[in-house]
Design a binder for this molecule. Structure first.
Ligand code: HEM
Length: 234
């Protein structure tokens, strides 16, 4: 019990919490992207995939995953906020001269990109899960919701912007997580830079490709079949 409390109280403990929860959220982002990329295979596979996710453990699996994700996101935000406040308290006068070095730039970017990403997730849930801000939401028809949702250019533009910010957030996140895990020697800088760039690029390209493919007409809904009455000879 004391060890757990120590983890929450100490600076290094909160950095570890931030790194571990960041890794969990990152795992979700990758799995979610791979699942969503099935949209390129047509309506069957992605709708079936959505249906299967909802049926895991007779429907309780998705709630366990949602609970885990929510807890990871809450702990990630809490540790980031408390470390930021602690850093500020340690320098009560603030920076007299702002130091625009790499670490201050990265941490400032992490804060505002994190806040915008949180707003994106709320919008995203209303858009694709609850459907309240979707122009024609059909429960269970993930493919239809996907295509119709991304056909609205301003919505696709918002997703693209959010994914670029996610890339920036992941880049700095992976960079500082590798530092927390001990790869802080300048000798490893090239390795950390390469790993962070690769991770961010894969997520940004994979996710952005989907709204772009819808807007470009590369993926679309099958044209509605003519009604039987219309094809019958008069
Ligand atoms: C272009 C990128 C993305 C696309 C196309 C996309 C697509 C979708 C779709 C279609 C659903 C509904 C699935 C269903 O009803 O079965 C969904 C749910 C969800 N997405 Fe995304 N997503 C994207 C990016 C993200 C990102 C970056 C995050 C988080 C950082 C995220 C978090 C979620 C969450 C938490 C859910 C709800 C899962 C649930 O509880 O049912 N998504 N997404």
């Amino acid at each position: 019990m004391n060890a757990v409390l120590g983890l929450f109280r100490s600076t290094i403990g909160r950095k570890i919490i931030m790194a571990v929860t960041g890794l969990m959220l990152f795992g979700f982002v990758i799995a979610h992207m791979i699942g969503n990329l099935q949209v390129y295979l047509g309506p069957g596979p992605i709708n079936e995939y959505g249906e299967n996710l909802r049926l895991v453990l007779h429907g309780t699996g998705i709630w366990i995953a949602r609970g885990g994700l929510l807890a990871a996101a809450a702990l990630h935000i809490w540790s980031a906020t408390s470390l930021t406040l602690q850093n500020r308290a340690a320098r009560p006068q603030g920076y007299r001269k702002q130091q625009w070095n790499e670490s201050t730039y990265a941490s400032r970017t992490m804060r505002w990109s994190g806040v915008i990403l949180l707003a994106f997730i709320v919008y995203h849930l209303l858009h694709f899960t609850i459907g309240s801000v979707h122009p024609d939401f059909v429960p269970g028809d993930v493919y239809h919701n996907f295509i119709v949702g991304f056909k609205v250019p301003i919505v696709s533009a918002f997703y693209i912007l959010a994914m670029l910010l996610l890339g920036l957030h992941l880049y700095h996140g992976v960079w500082s997580m590798l530092q927390t895990l001990g790869l802080s020697h300048p000798r490893y800088n090239a390795l950390r830079h390469g790993a962070a760039t690769l991770v961010a690029a894969v997520v940004v390209i994979g996710n952005i490709s989907m709204p772009v493919a819808v807007l470009a007409g590369i993926i679309d809904e099958a044209p509605a079949r003519p009604q039987a009455a219309q094809v019958l000879p008069r």
